[in-house]
Design a protein around this ligand. Structure first.
Ligand SMILES: Cc1cc2nc3c(=O)[nH]c(=O)nc-3n(C[C@H](O)[C@H](O)[C@H](O)COP(=O)(O)OP(=O)(O)OC[C@H]3O[C@@H](n4cnc5c(N)ncnc54)[C@H](O)[C@@H]3O)c2cc1C
Length: 423
């Protein structure tokens, strides 16, 4: 079959890789001149099965309403965005029951573990250098109450394969000495030894090159305009450079999947949630953390990626704009320097890259993977805050579904837009 994959972010590129491996003729179309230049460029870099809980969780709708209009809110819903995402918001609220939350977290966990294994296999096969680090991730908490709450939730996931260890403040400092000066503010942490770190942009670009070397036709700098269908079947993709005939099409355009498929009268419940990251050279900060640290109360992650440090956080619902809001970036930098006071002496904003990307979030917090009601038109999108973590597993999963193979893991719930075939 000739299969056209739309979007060369982490998800689309992994999809192209597995489809090519399965023997298909694959065309990968991307509007940027290289792979992974949008949301897959500057994410937090963490491959974390530990973070699989969706944002649609019990109590969240009330919190979002309480935070409305507050610039420093953990999840800021801007008034201007509300009219465009009402239906999505209602579906999000429906997913906030304890039962749905647990089901969705479990579904993400299965895919995250499958994905980690797939990523490791690709790494071994291709030798891509993506600044991989395998020391695990430390999630720190400042109150016993929040630590107990997080542990209760994590213990549920541990029954389904997540590995974790609860540690006290002293052990936090043993694991990450950069926490020494603020250890007295810590109640403890959850340590996830199996989580990894890597540069998503580097990996995806390496994978795109490996795809091209194995015969995938990579068409970069080409804008997808429309998917052409006839008689309920997919026919071709129309771009600004012409028409590409297809037996099947996989749309992996992250947040832009929804506007594209609305032209085919398919409503895809994915909405962009903007996040911010700040990347700077580790340079002479010899005491910088070497372990990725996620600070639960201050809501940021500080992650060493190769010779750089990256701080990320913020969630802002404000449409498709990708300008990083200065106030949100400053808040992240302020929070990171509270936890790591030494950072102030080594951080220089003018030498840092402040970036924002759009997390493609579905109401359930699980990705949408499957075939639409148009035969041959597939979706692999909506990976939210977990797209790097879930990318390789999702690429493998959709290739299995397209070929009718048993993927060996449960398929995420269809969320109306894709058929539950293969689930
Ligand atoms: C601040 C921040 C921190 C994050 N941290 C983490 C983390 O630590 N771990 C983790 O797992 N995830 C993290 N994420 C989430 C992760 O980055 C995303 O889920 C992931 O990058 C989504 O990948 P994607 O391939 O679906 O989308 P994208 O990377 O956005 O790829 C979609 C591609 O489609 C292309 N495209 C769009 N429209 C068109 C068109 N018309 N024609 C042609 N091409 C088009 C785009 O150019 C783009 O390359 C974070 C996100 C943010 C914003």
């Amino acid at each position: 079959m000739t299969i056209v994959v739309l979007g060369a972010g982490a998800v689309g590129t992994a999809t192209a890789w597995y489809l090519r491996k399965a023997g298909h003729a694959v065309v990968l179309v991307e509007r940027q001149t290289e792979a992974a230049m949008e949301t897959s460029w500057g994410n937090g870099g963490v491959i974390h099965a530990s973070e699989v809980e969706p944002w649609s969780q019990p109590g969240m709708p009330m919190k979002i309403i309480k935070w409305l209009g507050k610039e420093n809110a953990p999840l800021l819903l801007r008034f201007g965005a509300i009219p465009h995402m009402l239906r999505w918001g209602i579906e999000f609220a429906r997913n906030c029951t304890p039962q749905k939350f647990r089901e969705n977290a479990k579904s993400n966990l299965h895919l995250a573990l499958h994905s980690l294994k797939s990523l490791q296999e690709i790494g071994a096969e291709t030798g891509i250098n993506y600044d991989r680090a395998t020391r695990g991730v430390l999630k720190i908490y400042r109150s016993e109450e929040s630590l107990d709450g997080a542990e209760r939730s994590t213990a549920f996931l541990a029954r389904h394969g997540l590995l974790y260890e609860r540690v006290g403040a002293e052990r936090c400092v043993e694991l990450e000495p950069a926490l020494k000066s603020t250890a007295s503010t810590l109640a403890g942490a959850l340590y996830f030894a199996r989580d990894e770190v890597g540069d998503c942009n580097k990996f995806t670009q390496g994978l795109a090159a490996a795809c091209a070397a194995r015969g995938v036709q990579c068409r970069f700098g080409e804008v997808v305009q429309k998917v052409e269908t006839s008689g309920g079947c997919v026919q071709a993709v129309i771009t600004d450079k012409g028409r590409i005939a297809a037996d099947a099409v996989v749309v992996a355009m992250g947040s832009f999947t929804a506007p594209l498929l609305s032209k085919n009268s398919i409503r895809v419940p994915i909405y962009p949630v903007k996040g911010v990251s700040i990347t700077f050279a580790r340079a002479d900060w010899d005491t910088a953390p070497s372990l990725p640290v996620i600070d639960d109360s201050k809501l940021f992650g500080l992650v060493p990626i190769g010779d750089r440090m990256r701080i990320s956080g913020s969630a802002e619902i404000t449409g498709y704009d990708t300008t990083p809001a200065a106030a949100r970036a400053e808040a992240i930098i302020g929070n990171a320097s509270f936890t790591f006071p030494e950072m102030r002496r080594h951080f220089d904003l003018s030498n840092s890259r402040v970036w924002a990307g759009l997390r493609p979030v579905s109401p359930s917090g699980t990705p949408i993977i499957g075939e639409t009601r148009i035969r041959g038109l597939w979706i692999n999108a909506g990976h939210g805050h977990l797209g790097w973590t879930l990318s390789c597993g999702s690429g493998r999963l959709i290739a299995d579904l397209i070929d009718g193979r048993d993927p060996g893991i449960p398929v995420p719930a269809p969320q109306g837009v894709v058929a539950s075939r293969g689930a």
